[in-house]
Design a protein around this ligand. Structure first.
Ligand code: IMP
Ligand code: MG
Length: 180
């Protein structure tokens, strides 16, 4: 029988098992390895809290010398975007002249990542690309290309593997989708 879990007031069922996530992470890591092999020590910048599990698995598959740091920028409460974005905290590496790879859990409307990119440009990095575990093409409202998308999904709300529903569900190793 299919496993159903309850988080707060909603129920969720498995959508993507851990093995499928691993395949997608391996594939996106291979692309990054190929693209950055010749670049001077790139820095991976994870966006907390959602990216912690993705970052942990992704970085183990990276074959070039790298640095890693986490920053925080949150915009979500419940299952719909609040439209507000907060400021960037936790950045203590110098990014000037560096190749930066932002690691994000999910790009939905693109508001959060757009804000992040605008903030980062102030530090004058040599380059910035985004690596997101999930991309919702039907929701994305920005022009900027999101270069590395491990997986694409519809407009459904998902949890697990770092992603939360009001702080619950982050520790799940599979991805769950809300049931209607
Ligand atoms: P955006 O600013 O609309 O692109 O939203 C991005 C942020 O919203 C992500 O970093 C997540 O924290 C959160 N988010 C968007 N969609 C989902 C979802 O389906 N599940 C859990 N969090 C989500
Ligand atoms: Mg997030």
């Amino acid at each position: 029988m299919e496993k159903i879990i309850k988080l707060h007031d909603r129920t969720f069922r498995i959508m993507i098992p851990a093995e499928k996530i691993d395949e997608a992470v391996t594939a996106v890591a291979a692309r990054i390895n190929a693209d950055y092999a010749e670049k001077e020590t790139p820095i991976f910048l994870g966006i907390l809290n959602g990216s912690f599990m993705f970052m942990s698995d992704l970085i183990k598959k990276i074959e070039f010398n790298n640095e890693l740091s986490f920053v925080k920028l949150a915009s979500y409460e419940g299952t719909s975007t609040t439209g507000q974005v907060k400021t960037l905290i936790g950045l203590n590496n110098s990014l000037k002249g560096r190749h930066v790879i932002i690691v994000e859990d999910i790009v939905d409307t693109g508001e959060s990542i757009e804000h992040m990119l605008c903030e980062l440009e102030k530090y004058e990095p040599a380059s910035v690309e985004v690596c997101t575990l999930f991309f919702k093409p039907g929701s994305y409202r920005k022009q900027r290309p999101i270069r590395y998308r491990a997986m694409e999904i519809g407009n459904e709300f998902i949890v697990g593997y770092g992603l939360d529903y009001d702080q619950l569900g982050r520790s799940l190793k599979d991805i769950y989708v809300v049931t209607e």
